[in-house]
Design a protein. Structure first.
Length: 90
């Protein structure tokens, strides 16, 4: 009967946990994984509406300006742009 190697088990488990923590750190650093990670970014995609498989409409906020854009693989077109002050006044 084969004996169980506890040292190898602990080392393997620690290695897997270390790799998992490293992967989560990388995702958080590069993609803003946390809920408050989007608060400090100047450019935010607020909403995206798929129109077809390759086309979508996106609402983008840059500082206090909102931009409605049409996105396709070949181009990005601005449909409308306005400031937040103008949108609150209406």
């Amino acid at each position: 009967m084969q004996s169980f190697d506890w040292g190898q088990f602990i080392a393997s488990t620690f290695s897997v946990l270390l790799l998992l923590c490293g992967a989560l750190w990388w995702v958080k650093r590069n993609r803003g994984f946390s809920a408050n990670g989007m608060d400090d970014k100047r450019i935010q995609v607020l909403e995206a509406l798929p129109l077809s498989l390759k086309h979508k409409m996106v609402l983008i906020q840059v500082d206090n300006q909102m931009v409605l854009a049409s996105v396709s693989p070949a181009e990005v077109k601005t449909l409308h742009a306005w400031t937040q002050e103008a949108s609150h006044a209406a």
